[in-house]
Design a protein around this ligand. Sequence first.
Ligand code: C2E
Ligand code: MG
Ligand code: MG
Ligand code: MG
Length: 278
Amino acid sequence: HAKGEGRNTYRFFAPVMNQQVSERLMMENSLRHALRRQELELYFQPQYSFEQKRLVGCEALLRWNSPEGLVMPDRFIPLAEETGLIIPIGAWVLQESCRQARHWQTLYGSDLSIAVNVSAVQFRPELVADVQHGLESSGLAPEYLVLEVTESVLMTDVDASVRLLEELRGLGLRIALDDFGTGYASLAYLKRFSLDKLKIDRTFIMGIPDDNDDMAITSSIIDIARHLGLETVAEGVETEEHVNFLTSAGCNLAQGYFFDRPLPQSQFEQRLKDKGLL
Ligand code: C2E
Ligand code: MG
Ligand code: MG
Ligand code: MG
């Protein structure tokens, strides 16, 4: 190659490349030890029932208290997936979520359900054993556990997904389709996949009340879900307008900053106490 140009290119790009590569390597190395060093923490975001007008469950959302500071899941879940670390991390999330929900039940008599996110890499036959282990080691009844999967998770191998969903639901737990409306799944798959809940993606809720298309999409999803016997959960509920629209559209559950942000365990428990639920 042209010597001069090559050298300039090298000089210009190499430090940036090296920095990115070494940052990733450092993060990967650090993530390898995160579980053992107890740096992973679950936050809990309340879910409210429109009908019962009360807190009925929560979603477990993972946080990493890394030596460099708090890291959000969008930054480390992809890395955990690429390295396979999501398998032990995901098993820990399941076990810890079941343990926590069971703890609230035995200590305070709560009847909250807990929703756990499952990544594409985890969504394989071995997941059944991890779920069973979480349930058995905690004593949580399966009806209180919800697994959240996205359309893209299910679409990689539709036939295998249909079987795995049936096996998981056979354990007695429930399945929610997360970020609904943003993936590839066609409506026909709502019939094929064995599901319990649809989570309407935040991007549709964001358009309420100014965007007529978003409102039409949101109320249509709610109608379809009702006709199919599925519950609806609205994500990213941030304003009173959102709440009013969703109430009149017949949405079942809401989750979002209007009610609560994801909360660390102690703050979540305080919230339950304030609500008279603990
Ligand atoms: P998700 O499952 O769709 O979770 C909802 C995300 O929306 C959360 O972001 C939550 O904090 C955020 N959110 C909730 N209410 C509002 C709101 O009113 N406004 C806005 N702007 N955002 C809201 P978070 O905690 O950063 O998680 C991001 C994603 O990371 C999750 O999306 C999920 O896909 C993934 N994730 C989180 N925890 C886990 C986990 O334990 N395992 C796996 N595999 N993925 C996880
Ligand atoms: Mg989710
Ligand atoms: Mg979601
Ligand atoms: Mg989302």
